[in-house]
Design a protein. Structure first.
Length: 310
């Protein structure tokens, strides 16, 4: 019987795998569950020596397993693959860079076993040493997500969490291809206890999340768990239509009252045209994103393809 399965998505993480495994193993020994635990490393099409490192680690430790994708499918696919393979009574998701402190695992397990929670999740309470522009947009995303969706996405929430088998099965029951775990986790419900901690620097290497990737990821989250952007585009269209009607009425009244007054304003006309065209393109873009998600879903392509595993 496996008590804890730990899923570790990896993309070009050869420098941190061994330090991560050692630190987490120490915690599991202290919890007296090392012999009843398994590590599932998911190599998301890494281009460095990540896979070779995982093979060597797995050869030395029988509780270490790995899944290697045929190419880079993204962290969401890696999480789903790990959850599908996990056999433990409890399942944890952790990053390999040690920004998710393994020392929280005992408290998280305690919350599930003795306090009636189905999930113990973590959130960062600060963004120390993070670029200011990135921190600003991250906070803006959580505010928009909170207003736009019907689910609660906690500010600073991490993927690092410990879940019961019931919780994992609920997450796996969602078969969508466009996955956004920060939305899926609260969507399935259940009682969740949050653990807070201050931001921790990577033990080695650099982050694989560029500003552009995070921006696209946030768009996926908003689109995936809300239809309010469609309503917003419709409201924008109605507003621009009403505004144009008001302007037309004002111009007609002005012409009636001041018959010798020429209607001028070439520059203002162009500005209004550009404004309306911008709203149209914005609304069309929103609809296009939703259509692209539908297009991806109906093709029924697999979430990931495995090259090799152990």
């Amino acid at each position: 019987m496996i008590t804890i399965s730990i899923i570790v998505p990896c993309y070009n993480e050869e420098e941190v795998i061994i330090p991560y495994f050692k630190e987490t193993s120490k915690v599991l020994i202290g919890m007296d569950v090392e012999q009843e635990s398994e590590f599932i490393f998911v190599d998301d099409g890494s281009k460095d020596m990540t896979l070779q490192t995982l093979k060597e680690l797995s050869a030395e430790h029988p509780n270490v397993h790995y899944i290697s994708f045929s190419r880079n499918f993204g962290k969401e696919a890696a999480i789903y693959a790990g959850l599908s393979k996990a056999k433990g009574k409890y399942v944890a998701i952790m990053d390999a860079d040690l920004q998710d402190p393994p020392t929280l695992l005992p408290q998280m397990k305690e919350a599930i076993e003795n306090e009636g929670f189905e999930c113990a999740a973590t959130r960062r309470v600060d963004r120390k040493n993070e670029p200011p522009i990135r921190s600003f947009f991250a906070r803006l995303f959580y505010k928009i997500m909170g207003k736009a969706s019907d689910i609660e996405v906690v500010d600073g929430a991490r993927d690092f969490r410990l879940m019961t088998r019931k919780y994992v099965d609920a997450v796996l029951s969602l078969k969508e291809k466009n996955r956004f775990s920060k939305g899926i986790f609260p969507w399935v419900g259940f009682k969740t206890k949050w653990f807070e901690y201050e931001n921790i620097e990577r033990v080695a290497g650099t982050t694989k999340w560029s500003f552009w990737k995070l921006f696209l990821y946030s768009i996926d989250g908003i689109i995936g768990f809300s239809t309010k952007p469609l309503a917003f585009s419709a409201i924008s269209g109605i507003f621009s239509m009403l505004l144009s009607i008001i302007i037309i009425i004002a111009l007609v009244i002005r012409k009636i009252l001041y018959t010798d007054c020429a209607i001028e304003g070439w520059a203002s006309t162009i500005c209004i045209m550009l404004f309306i065209a911008g709203i149209q393109l914005f609304a069309t873009g929103i609809i296009g994103i939703y259509l692209s998600k539908i297009y991806t879903e109906i093709k029924q392509r697999p979430i990931y393809i495995i090259s090799e595993e152990k």
